[in-house]
Design a protein around this ligand. Sequence first.
Ligand code: SF4
Length: 189
Amino acid sequence: MFDTQTLPDNVLTTQLKKVVNWARRSSLWPMPFATACCGIELMATASSRFDLARFGAEAMRFSPRQADLMIVAGRVTIKMMPVLQHIYQQMTEPKWVISMGACASTGGVFDAYATIQGIDQFMPVDVYVPGCPPRPETLIEGIMAIQRTIDEDGLPKGPRRPLQVAVQPSYHPAAQPAAVPLTVGGQAI
Ligand code: SF4
């Protein structure tokens, strides 16, 4: 029995694994593998406007041993793939992989012998983020998909199996803002 006199005013009970998973999902450390234009959107995701820090995943690490979330942003060539695999193998377990953009997921428009036509042919991919490039909101949705999996105690057990979650596109094409009307001598042209 607890002595209620010695307990503080506020007591919270939970399960240890819930606390551990909460800490894990709130402190993802990404390993950015940005090779092309998608990398710029990745940078924007971490900047003040989109503020990846709100999701606890802003601490980009360029050492794989300090990272548990690989974000592949951009096309990957055959020459680069051994390096990418090496970095992935050096990352700490449990670890996750996001394939960001059409090029990383499918080769995009670069249907060439030197470009990998989808990194999932060589490594497990947990979340595919669509777009060319994906908007930062879409990348954040991909990171949140991993966070939800960790919350549900979906940590890898046994042999590594990719989650293969596909984020739905968040961008709907719409008419661009009308151009400023041009006038010459007061007459619209
Ligand atoms: S998906 Fe589009 S934006 Fe991303 S690296 Fe390929 S060409 Fe660039």
